[in-house]
Ligand binder design. Structure first.
Ligand code: C2E
Ligand code: CA
Ligand code: CA
Length: 756
């Protein structure tokens, strides 16, 4: 290009020559110049063409490579596909296949069938190949019998290929055997589930399913058993939380544990008090289990509910039996001890006192022996009813065994307990008709006090027992525990030693209570009653130290001293012209004293008194305990000429049958009958019949405890022989008795209302 430009640059300078040759030359040059230019252009074109050719060649190579790459990739993809891929021609004959196809249907990649020894290839069905050959778009399931004897299931999807030529259509075949099996299993499961559902429907046990993913975990399934149990109908159950079964007495604590288990997706099992639709309660054993899906997610709660009311009742019954007395239904010793412990804790915290009463029926054994156990049982039931009815709400009454009852009086001190005990004694004193028999019991009650005495239930119970024994011996009805009477306390040991010294050293004394003959008003006999003038304690009544003497082996020496002193006194009186007979009380233990009879014989001689002066008083129970032995002892005593009196008659055995067989002279009606003689007709009847019976047996009948003129008048009217009681005189020291006798003989020789 530069050259051309240079040539053109010269032209204007030569054009200044005006000659024809020059003009021709100029023309020829111009032609040459043009020709050169053309050659130059052509060369350029050739160069362009060459370049283009080069580029096109490169492209073709590139395209081929891409194509090859894509083919390779496709082959890899096809080989890697789990489904069999099959390309067919217009006849349905395989043109191209993949590895999976070869594996499943036994053809090589090239379409040639494989029939090596590895096993029969599975045939693709003719239908599938025909449809593919026709270029249909289709989906078809087919199955083939497999070598293992089972069946394999396939799903074939066919599609024509566009502008395919020989590659007419493609068929993708998928092995769906596993899917089919899963579906079959599901179908089977569904069939079995309906069986299960039928089974669940027929269960008597309730089945309930709740859905925790809905608000308030509502019931989404229940079986008819649930309706039968609860009485709720189909419309009341679904969609509700199961708590509608709860009621006023459902234990909130158990409900709380149930709710906590649900919240924590934990299993739950317990018995809950539920209520039926009609309001009746029942004990429901609820078992709830969470149900999880395959991924461990909570789907439901399944509840099994069983009416265990009968079982609970049986359990409660057994528990009740274990803690209660079968006869009276009262708490037994076990439960009483437990209650006492609790009451003590309560008293400790409240800073309040507490009283424990132990009650024993006097002469219960005799009731049993006389009328039979049936009557005894009825009597115990009656006592239980009276006790229960006569006490406050918070008081506990228990039967500890036999005829022994216990009462717990929370918040009662000494005075409160005494009042309550006196009330009980009074309550039980009335005669009662049980099993067609008139029975009278007398209660002896021992009182132990917290905090005065013990702070332990067992200690209190033992102390009450000691006090009760003292009350029984004293026939005082009620006694408060006194450490001096308790064999386990040092105070008692000291007292025993003092008593021993008193017996040996003349520290005891006798008071005498006169017995007045109702027909004559005269006094022919007195009862000797022992006293202990204690230097510090004052005059101790016999009921407080007789038990001590009995428990410590001092009753033998004590009785000898009483007999001796009474005989000595009678000797004195007889010599002074006062011919009084004397009654001396024997302890039941004295009957088992081997030397007693011989000792008494010796004392009678020593004091030179007539044997008939002495009359020994024995209680019914002392006689009954060992009848054969008693008969021997009494026979020996009567052989001496000594008389026998039955003391406290009516409180125990109350049977005159044994009296016929024993050498008895006197019957002393217990003061508990005499006390209410004028106010209680039953008592009057008992006294009247006892007098009649005594007389029919030839016995002298003495009424004890007459405190007023009215009673004495009544006794006289009933033909009672003699009366002993405060109305005439309390037990008196000898000198006072003598004075009383003188006054009595002068002032009132005959009892009030008695015929002269
Ligand atoms: P007991 O043999 O039944 O004696 C009668 C008791 O009743 C006496 O009590 C007497 O004071 C009391 N008494 C008499 N009249 C009346 C009355 O009108 N009203 C009331 N409320 N009571 C009256 P004491 O002297 O305290 O004797 C109690 C018990 O002690 C006696 O009951 C007896 O079982 C026993 N006892 C007394 N002295 C001896 C004895 O020397 N040896 C033995 N083993 N026991 C004795
Ligand atoms: Ca007596
Ligand atoms: Ca008596």
């Amino acid at each position: 290009m530069d050259g051309r430009e240079e040539t053109a640059g010269d032209t204007p300078r030569s054009g200044m020559l005006a000659s024809p040759l020059v003009a021709d030359l100029r023309a020829a040059n111009e032609h040459l110049l043009m020709a050169n230019l053309r050659v130059h252009e052509l060369a350029t074109d050739v160069r362009d063409i060459n370049e283009r050719l080069l580029i096109a060649g490169l492209r073709e190579q590139e395209l081929a490579a891409t194509l090859a790459r894509e083919r390779a990739q496709l082959a890899v993809i096809l080989a890697g596909i789990a489904d069999a891929v099959l390309v067919v021609d217009q006849d349905g004959w395989p043109v191209r296949t993949n590895a999976a196809y070869a594996r499943l249907f036994g053809h090589s990649d090239t379409g040639a069938p494989l029939d090596d020894a590895a096993g029969q290839p599975l045939p693709v069905t003719a239908t599938v190949q025909a449809r593919a050959g026709r270029g249909e778009t289709f989906s078809q399931t087919f199955s083939v019998a497999a070598n293992d004897g089972g069946r394999r299931w396939f799903e074939a999807n066919g599609q024509p290929l566009p502008e395919g030529g020989r590659d007419h259509a493609v068929v993708v075949i998928r092995d769906i055997t596993l899917r089919r099996e899963a579906e079959d299993a599901l179908r089977r499961a569904a069939r079995e589930n309906s069986l299960l559902a039928a089974a669940v429907a027929n269960l008597e046990t309730c089945v309930v399913i709740t859905d925790p993913h809905q608000p308030d975990n509502p019931i989404v399934f229940y079986n008819p058993g649930f309706m039968a149990l609860t009485g709720y109908g189909p419309d009341d159950i679904l969609g509700r939380n199961g708590r509608f079964l709860q009621g006023p007495d459902t234990d909130p604590e158990t409900v709380g544990r149930l709710a906590a288990a649900i919240a924590a997706q934990r299993p739950f099992r317990d018995v809950i008090l539920n209520y039926r639709r009609d309001g009746t309660p029942f004990w429901n054993e609820v078992v709830i289990n969470p149900v999880y899906d395959a991924d461990g997610r909570l789907t439901h709660f399944v509840g099994i509910q069983t009416d265990v009311t009968a079982r609970i009742h049986l359990r409660e019954e057994l528990r009740h039996q274990a803690l209660h007395d079968a006869l009276t239904g009262l708490p037994n010793r076990l439960l009483f001890q437990d209650r006492a412990r609790q009451a003590l804790l309560g008293a400790l915290h409240a800073g309040q006192p507490l009283a424990l009463l132990l009650l024993d029926l006097d002469g219960f054994k005799e009731v049993n022996d006389t009328f039979g156990h049936h009557v005894g049982d009825l009597l115990l039931q009656w006592v239980a009813t009276r006790l229960r009815g006569g006490l406050r709400e918070g008081d506990t009454v228990a039967r500890l065994g036999g005829d022994e009852f216990a009462v717990l009086l929370p918040a009662d001190d000494r005075d409160g307990a005494r009042v309550a005990a006196a009330k009980i004694v009074e309550m039980l004193a009335a005669p009662v008709v049980v099993g067609g028999h008139m029975v009278r019991t007398r209660a002896s009650i021992g009182i132990a006090l917290y905090p005065d005495q013990g702070a332990d239930a067992d200690v209190l119970l033992r102390q009450a027992d000691v006090a009760m024994y003292a009350a029984k011996r004293a026939q005082s009805g009620v006694a408060v525990y006194d450490p001096a009477l308790d064999r386990h306390t040092p105070a008692r040991h000291a007292l025993i030693e003092e008593l021993r010294a008193a017996i040996e050293g003349g520290g005891l004394c006798l008071h005498y209570q006169p017995t007045v003959e109702l027909t004559t008003g005269r006094v022919s006999r007195v009862e000797a009653l022992v006293r202990w003038p204690h230097p510090r304690r004052g005059l101790i009544p016999p009921d407080q130290f007789i038990p001590l003497a009995e428990q410590s082996g001092l009753i033998g020496p004590l009785t000898r001293w009483v007999v001796e002193e009474a005989l000595r006194q009678c000797g004195v009186w007889q010599r002074a012209g006062l011919p009084l007979g004397v009654n001396v009380n024997l302890s039941p233990l004295n009957l088992h004293d081997a030397t007693l009879v011989a000792d008494i014989a010796g004392l009678l001689v020593a004091h030179t008194v007539a044997p008939a002066t002495l009359r020994l008083e024995l209680t019914e129970s002392a006689i009954i305990t060992d009848m054969a032995h008693t008969a021997t002892v009494l026979a020996r005593l009567t052989a001496l000429g000594v008389g026998i009196a039955i003391d406290d008659y009516g409180t125990g055995y109350s049977s005159l049958a044994y009296l016929q067989r024993l050498p008895i002279n006197e019957l002393k009606i217990d003061q508990s009958f005499v006390r209410h003689l004028t106010t209680n007709e039953t008592d009057a009847t008992i006294v009247a019949s006892t007098i009649g019976l005594g007389h029919s047996l030839g016995l002298r009948v003495v009424a004890e405890g007459a405190e007023d003129a009215e009673t004495v008048t009544r006794l006289a009217a009933l033909d009672c022989d003699a009366v002993q009681g405060y109305y005439y005189s309390r037990p008196l020291p000898p000198h006072e008795l003598e004075r009383w006798l003188r006054q009595h003989d002068e002032a009132a020789p005959a009892p009030p209302g008695a015929s002269p």
